[in-house]
Write a protein that binds this ligand. Structure first.
Ligand SMILES: *[C@@H]1O[C@H](CO)[C@@H](O)[C@H](O)[C@H]1NC(C)=O
Ligand SMILES: *[C@@H]1O[C@H](CO)[C@@H](O)[C@H](O)[C@H]1NC(C)=O
Ligand SMILES: *[C@@H]1O[C@H](CO)[C@@H](O)[C@H](O)[C@H]1NC(C)=O
Ligand SMILES: *[C@@H]1O[C@H](CO)[C@@H](O)[C@H](O)[C@H]1NC(C)=O
Ligand SMILES: *[C@@H]1O[C@H](CO)[C@@H](O)[C@H](O)[C@H]1NC(C)=O
Length: 639
């Protein structure tokens, strides 16, 4: 969504006029948000100086947001007469702009608290009110205390408050205020796990010849070792991918990477020369967001693994369709999910929309050496598919933060974009295998399952991981990934179950009741994930000049995104819209046939075997893996 960046002074051009504040303070302050989880490894070092100035931004409650799911279903459900009739950005802004009443009340509150009208600004879409204030003023306004936190190892600093309050009759008019409680949990890749085979990998193309399995069909040499090494050919065989020659000139596919993660050109060429020689020299179209650089100074698996993987497989599958690399964040501060959202969706930007200064990168970056330019806001149109293989524990996000961001994914769905996120690599546990304690907080001794965000947002498509079972071929059914990583899956503690998956999830819980209680997972009927899956074990990638094997839902997400990109190409060439939000479709009876149901394996974690993959949807592999040959004609049959 593209809109002018500047906040405008209230009363000049916002069409907003109140002679005198209509608001009088008559209500008590009540806590609006509390930090979701205290950051491990950080200590409070001092109070933040009272004279420092902060850009205080108030995210106003959005009108009609409770109808978002229905609106999204209308353009995404295969039986809806409105299927594929995506919205314009203007429609999205008009529909969700906050009410005049909310604006009036919040502005009145600020004026009554001593802020002059001149100092109160509003974003063009009216979603955000900004006021520059000192820490002391903010502490009084929000009944909060700001502290500086220091990282125990690196000495890095960030600031925030643990909790903040607003007058009780203001609460209904705001979603959240920043910078406040949202601690900086930068997304981590979810996740490539290097695994060097003893004795080395050897050149992956020189396979050892077909396996001899008594009743299996003959396996061509290129597919002989897919249980030990996944290649482009293995994926094409597993998912019945037809030859792909792009027919549309307007198709787009974006892959998000967070700096300092970066691809190495030499790695792409190493991979392509071995597996897809015509692609040697091919590069993504790079979009730099918020001072991003594709850094090559530091080279190691941790710096290059995710980017090399995503691009080698994404490009390898869809070339010559171009891939847009959404490289996000500068070298100093990095970035969060909201930063890439800003770049494709100006209505969400700091200056137009909704990111959280302490959760996401703050641009211009106040830190020494940081990016001083303005934030990259609405600099490109949203690609039709965006794959992101990074995540955080849902338990570390506040519900207001998670919902606001999730709603933006829903709005991108209204515009016709498919948003894919990897579902996590620790099975039912969270990042690093950590589970939750009885108060819902990450705790090394926790025993409750710890779901992954944004995978739990009902408006994204969460991708889980499968494997070619050891000793099996690509012609036999896959199982849930149980090597090195386990497919993230389970149930949200924030988001209720969306309509489109009610029947699938209910049927899972009824016909295959998991041996757990509410002491392990949210049994109240919440959003289940993942939605679908794709292979996530033993991917051969070119990395730092050699071949290595990687594992993770990080593999599954860009591969699923490539398949949707192929489907979009077919639809665009047919004069149709891209598929947009696919969940209502993939859960429908019509499409069940087009997925390979995964019925083996589980996603262990938290000292349990986790959930079990079984007939129909399950919280390990979703509806299963795609059969692209079946999906293309089915999606073409939709309007
Ligand atoms: C690269 O490594 C050096 C030394 O380990 C470190 O100081 C620097 O911050 C790293 N750069 C990035 C982009 O992380
Ligand atoms: C839960 O874990 C948090 C740390 O994340 C800890 O502060 C809290 O005391 C724990 N609560 C219980 C009941 O164990
Ligand atoms: C966690 O478990 C370890 C060993 O099992 C124990 O030493 C420690 O006290 C426990 N911590 C908490 C907070 O219960
Ligand atoms: C379970 O999920 C619902 C959303 O469906 C949420 O409101 C509730 O707080 C969650 N329960 C727990 C214990 O987290
Ligand atoms: C995928 O669909 C094609 C076309 O219907 C079919 O020939 C193929 O066997 C299917 N693949 C699997 C693994 O079921």
């Amino acid at each position: 969504m593209r809109f002018p960046l500047a906040f405008v002074v209230l009363g000049l051009s916002v069409g907003f006029s109140v002679a005198a504040p209509s608001y009088t303070i008559h209500s008590h302050h009540v806590v609006h948000e509390k930090r979701a989880a205290e950051p491990l490894d950080w200590v409070v070092s001092r109070r933040l100086e009272g004279h420092k100035r902060l850009p205080l931004r108030i995210g106003l409650a959005q009108r009609n947001i409770h109808n978002l799911e229905d609106m999204l279903m209308a353009v995404s459900h295969p039986e809806s007469p409105e299927y594929g009739k995506h919205w314009t950005p203007e429609q999205v802004v008009d529909t969700f702009a906050p009410s005049e009443e909310s604006i009036r009340n919040v502005v009145g509150w600020l004026e009554n608290s001593g802020f002059s009208r001149d100092n109160i600004k509003m974003s063009a879409n009216k979603g955000w009110i900004q006021v520059d204030a000192t820490v002391a003023q903010i502490e009084e306004l929000l009944d909060a205390e700001y502290h500086v936190y220091t990282h125990m190892e690196t000495g890095e600093e960030q600031f925030g408050c643990q909790t903040y309050s607003v007058p009780s009759d203001i609460r209904e008019h705001i979603d959240l205020i920043k910078p406040t409680v949202h601690f900086n949990h930068r997304p981590s890749p979810k996740s490539v796990t290097k695994f060097k085979r003893a004795g080395g990998l050897g050149a992956p193309s020189s396979s050892t010849g077909p396996k001899q399995s008594p009743n299996a069909k003959p396996v061509p040499p290129a597919l002989a070792n897919c249980d030990e090494m996944i290649t482009l050919d293995c994926l094409r065989a597993l998912y019945s991918v037809p030859d792909f020659t792009p027919k549309s000139k307007h198709n787009t596919y974006g892959i998000v990477e967070f700096t300092p993660q970066a691809f190495l050109a030499g790695d792409l060429d190493l991979f392509f020369s071995n597996f897809s020689p015509s692609l040697v020299g091919a590069r993504p179209e790079i979009v730099l967001i918020d001072g991003a650089v594709v850094q090559t100074t530091n080279q190691s698996f941790d710096f290059n693994g995710e980017s090399d993987l995503d691009l080698e497989y994404g490009m390898g599958l869809v070339n010559p369709q171009k891939i847009t690399l959404l490289q996000t964040g500068d070298l100093v501060e990095g970035a969060g999910f909201d930063n890439w959202l800003d770049a494709v969706d100006a209505s969400f930007c700091t200056f137009e929309g909704g990111d959280i200064a302490s959760q996401d990168g703050i641009y211009p970056d106040p830190l020494p050496g940081g990016f001083k330019g303005p934030e990259s806001c609405g600099i490109i149109a949203p690609p039709f598919v965006v794959s992101t293989s990074y995540s955080q524990d849902e338990s570390t996000a506040t519900p207001f933060y998670a919902r606001r961001q999730c709603n933006e994914y829903g709005k991108l769905g209204l515009l016709g974009t498919t948003i894919l996120y990897s579902s996590g690599d620790d099975g039912v546990a969270g990042n690093g295998g950590v589970c939750l304690n009885s108060t819902g907080l990450p705790d090394p001794n926790g025993t409750m399952f710890n779901p992954s965000f944004p995978a739990t947002c009902p408006f994204v498509t969460a991708a889980g991981a499968t494997q070619v079972n050891p000793g099996s071929t690509v012609f036999e059914p896959e199982g849930a990934c149980e090597q090195v990583i386990f497919s993230g899956g389970g149930f949200s503690n924030i988001f209720p179950i969306p309509e489109y998956q009610k029947s699938a999830v209910t049927s899972f819980l009824k016909n295959h009741p998991p041996p757990f209680t509410s002491a392990q997972f949210n049994t109240s009927g919440s959003r289940g994930f993942p939605d679908l899956s794709a292979n996530g074990a033993n991917y051969v990638i070119g990395i730092d000049g050699e071949f290595e094997l990687v594992f993770g839902t990080s593999c599954s997400s860009p591969v699923a995104g490539s398949f949707i990109t192929m489907i979009n190409d077919a639809r665009l060439a047919d004069g149709k819209r891209p598929v947009g939000f696919i969940n209502p479709v993939i859960y429908s009876d019509l499409f069940r046939e087009a997925f390979n149901d995964i019925t083996m394996g589980g996603n262990q974690g938290c000292n349990t075997p986790g959930f079990t993959a079984t007939e129909g949807w399950d919280p390990v592999t979703g509806v299963g893996t795609p059969n692209v040959s079946k999906l293309i004609p089915l999606f073409l049959s939709l309007p």
